[in-house]
Design a protein around this ligand. Structure first.
Ligand code: FAS
Ligand code: PHB
Length: 393
């Protein structure tokens, strides 16, 4: 027996993209249903991004879920960059009049789920075998299984917000899709610990031993990353070894006040640049990691999901409120214009700061020259600030 339901927008995925889209649609009176493969506990336990651009903060305000973000988020005017132990600061507020907000993706997800469940509409948790049907028709549908019962959700549009490993992107006709990809020969070992951050702002560090990043989640919770080999095993990195390596890589000018403590999460993530074009076909629209991935060096992944959602939501509102489909037709081109600039910046930051080349190679000299230029050039720092703080939507 199959149970049939109906909604205006069927959303696959309860990550930031799916949740933010659902919330913004609700604010404009548009119904949606979210189908999520995992449990609520699993989704709310994921540790991921930490830096929100002003545009993302504005979308959370528009969605009416920014109260805790404003109470607990840390507004940062800039970042520090350390090169072989020597540190300089890039002042976003002074250079481009913008700031970023440090607020974990985990918290953003919890805020959006709470708003959703307060009456916006259903999130179907642990929806199994989600499949897309009729995306070329005017009445696409999603089938899924829940607790052994087959369901069909008939909708006007499908939003594929199911991340890099989801089922949406493969549903686009392969003959009409092109993918662009760059993988990197290293990963990031991330550690989360309930210790005070070593600095008031983030520190991106380039060092002969490899890249490291000092970030945070709150005045009492720190998030650190070190560049590592792709095949690194977590069991080879006891906490003490991670803390020792961070002290070596984060420089000594002045030495950061690293407070040690037991890790509450430790993992290795690969880095990748990836874009699948176009981001739409028929009544299916991709948003977020379902369509593109950036290396986290530029803190763009979550923020790109937000700008995709901004464009898609604006287009759906025009369809329902004005019967105008021009923005829907232009969605992929509009979103990709911003995606490609963020892909470039994330690739540039990654190539600039990571140990990639033999010490005495020409490429290592070019890296050092670019870092030296960045350290002393207002123009170069303005370009970094403009991209890091977020290009306009
Ligand atoms: P997500 O992957 O977050 O969400 C997709 C959702 O769809 C998930 O809940 C998944 O369970 C669900 N789903 C998947 N397949 C499904 C199916 N078949 N049916 C139903 N549901 C399905 N970005 C940064 O800016 N800074 C960072 O430091 C950073 N660190 C990261 C670390 C890791 C390990 C990873 C994987 C990503 C990181 N990112 C970071 C990027 C990350 O934040 C993403 O950009 C962000 O989660 C994108 O959000 P979504 O597009 O919603 O995708
Ligand atoms: C994080 O806090 O997780 C973070 C911050 C900035 C980045 C990547 C990750 O570039």
């Amino acid at each position: 027996m199959t149970t049939q339901e109906r909604t205006q927008v069927g959303i696959i995925g309860a990550g930031p993209a799916g949740l933010l889209l659902a919330r913004l649609l609700r604010v404009h009176g548009i119904d949606s249903v979210i189908l999520e493969a995992r449990s609520r506990d699993y989704v709310e336990a994921r540790i991921r991004a930490g830096v929100l651009e002003q545009g993302t903060v504005s979308l959370m305000e528009e969605a009416g879920v920014a109260d805790r973000l404003h109470r607990e988020g840390l507004v940062h005017d800039g970042v520090e960059i350390t090169v072989a132990g020597r540190r300089f600061r890039v002042d976003f507020r002074e250079l481009v009049g913008k700031t970023v907000t440090v607020y974990g993706q985990t918290e953003m997800t919890k805020d959006l789920i709470a708003a959703r469940l307060a009456g916006d509409g259903p999130i179907v948790w642990e929806a199994a075998d989600v499949a897309l049907h009729g995306i070329d028709s005017e009445q696409p549908s999603l089938s899924y299984r829940l607790a052994g019962v087959d369901h069909t959700l008939v909708c006007d549009f499908i939003a594929g917000c199911d991340g890099f490993h989801g089922v949406s992107r493969p549903a686009l006709p392969a003959t009409k899709s092109r993918t662009f990809e760059r993988t990197y020969p290293f990963g990031w070992l991330g550690i989360l610990a309930d210790v005070p951050p070593c600095s008031d702002e983030l520190i991106y560090a380039s060092h002969a031993r490899g890249f490291s990043l000092a970030s945070m989640r709150s005045p009492t919770r720190s998030r650190y990353y070190i560049q590592c080999a792709l095949d690194e095993r977590i069991e080879d990195w006891p906490d003490a070894r991670v803390w020792d390596e961070l002290e070596l890589r984060l420089g000594s000018d002045p030495p950061p006040r690293i407070t040690r403590g037991p890790s509450i999460e430790k993992s290795v993530a690969p880095l990748r640049s990836f874009v699948s074009t176009p981001m739409q076909h028929g009544r299916l629209f991709l948003a977020g990691d379902a369509a593109h991935i950036v290396p986290p060096t530029g803190a763009k992944g979550l923020n790109l999901a937000a700008s995709d959602v901004h464009y898609l939501c604006r287009a759906l509102i025009a369809h329902y409120e004005k019967r105008y489909d021009g923005l829907l037709a232009a969605y992929s081109d509009t979103a990709l214009a911003r995606v490609w600039k963020a892909e470039r910046f994330s690739w540039w930051m990654t190539m600039l700061l990571h140990k990639l080349h033999p010490e005495e190679s020409f490429e290592a000299q070019m890296q050092r020259a670019e870092l030296d230029y960045l350290a002393g050039s207002r123009a170069a720092q303005t370009a970094l600030a403009e991209n890091y703080a977020g290009l306009p939507f």
